[in-house]
Design a protein around this ligand. Structure first.
Ligand code: ATP
Ligand code: LTN
Length: 332
């Protein structure tokens, strides 16, 4: 039997996930665990690159972990752990720093974006963020990395680092490919539908959070920006707001755009928006319920975290041993 391919992806514990994170990424991760050896990581060390309030970071890490499980990642099928629980990430990251050039990191668009947003804190971690991400991926001999388009440049760098190392010594790392899911929706901001929905947006009305209560979801959808011609039709260029709501509706119900257009023909945006709110509320209800149960049993959650960290650690150590041997570090 052919060995299953290894998939690895990570998400930062910087806040409650948005509907965009869910429909674009996390929901699909749950599906991948059936066909791949799946590894999912709450990347708390990456979150340190912008200043965090310690007690909030702690809470958000539990929260992100519980949300992953509530969204369908099954700890019986996938490995799911917290990055800082496996020391190998930081260790390999230091080693790989020496195989990464200043020029390469200077060209990363996320670094340029984030340093312009946090001008008072352009720290070395922010600059080095992609090398830690490369370490995450390469430690587990990952074949495929499910990511959004925004992370493509970082994945390219991980591939370059892997190839550089393999060529300098001998084949050590699997060179990973990106995995871009066809079913992953790209959800836009509810207030500026040409921009992506993002949990760090300063306007709360621009996003739906997975833990928003039903009345908040309805209110946010009702106040989503649309247009004045009151026709439910898919046209992302001219009707970005309505098209975004249609994409959300489609991603949840599986209805095609034609079916949605037919269903809401002759009805105003009010009716359509209520229907969009209904399907979101219906989709999130079981997730919120499961989340509450998990968070009410922190000890249970910690037990899974610990067990999975140990399993991840065993995999990480294997790669690290190889790497250390090849570069000449003494191991006793
Ligand atoms: P932040 O606003 O803090 O930068 P974010 O909401 O953009 O965060 P990330 O934590 O960077 O989200 O991304 C986690 C995953 O969710 C990534 O795989 C990313 O591609 C995906 N993702 C984020 N926003 C969207 C969106 N609006 N639509 C689809 N996928 C998304
Ligand atoms: N940088 C990613 C999160 C991330 C990641 C990874 C994704 C950290 N390490 C390894 C895939 C593989 C982000 O901001 N979405």
């Amino acid at each position: 039997m052919e060995e299953k391919k290894i998939i690895f992806s990570g998400i930062q514990p910087t806040g409650v996930f948005t509907l965009g994170n869910y429909l674009g990424a996390v929901r699909n991760w749950g599906k991948l665990q059936e066909d791949y050896r799946s590894i999912f990581c709450v990347v708390d060390l990456h979150a340190l690159t912008v200043r965090q309030v310690p007690k909030d970071l702690r809470h958000q890490t539990y929260q992100a972990y519980a949300l992953l499980l509530a969204c369908g990642i099954d700890p019986e099928k996938a490995l799911v752990f917290v990055q800082s629980h496996v020391a190998g990430h930081a260790e390999l990251s230091w080693i790989l720093n020496n195989y990464t050039y200043f020029g390469e990191l200077s060209r990363m668009t996320q670094f340029k974006d984030k340093s312009s947003k946090h001008e008072d804190n352009i720290n070395a971690g922010l600059f080095d963020y992609p090398v830690l991400m490369a370490a995450d991926i390469l430690l587990y001999q990952t074949d495929l990395v499910p990511i959004g388009a925004d992370q493509k440049q970082h994945l390219e760098l991980a591939r370059d680092i892997a190839n550089r190392f393999n060529n300098a010594y001998s084949p050590t790392f699997v060179v990973p490919d990106g995995y871009f899911s066809k079913s992953g929706a790209r959800v836009k901001s509810l207030q500026e539908p040409t921009k992506k929905m993002s949990k760090s947006d300063t306007n709360e009305k621009s996003y739906i959070l997975l833990l928003d209560p039903p009345n908040v979801i309805r209110k946010k959808i009702r106040s989503a920006v649309t247009d004045s011609d009151a026709k439910v039709a898919y046209d992302p260029e001219n009707k970005a707001g309505v098209s975004n709501l249609m994409e959300i509706y489609q991603a949840i119900t599986g209805d095609s755009f034609e079916e949605i257009e037919g269903k809401f023909e002759g009805q105003g945006y009010g009716v359509f928006k209520d229907a969009v709110a209904d399907v979101i509320i219906g989709e999130l209800e079981p997730i919120q319920k499961r989340y509450e149960e998990l968070m009410n049993d922190k000890k249970g959650l910690e037990a899974i975290m610990k067990e999975h960290a140990e399993m991840a650690n065993r995999m990480a150590i294997r790669t690290l041993r190889k790497v250390k041997k090849k570069i000449g570090l003494v191991q006793v």
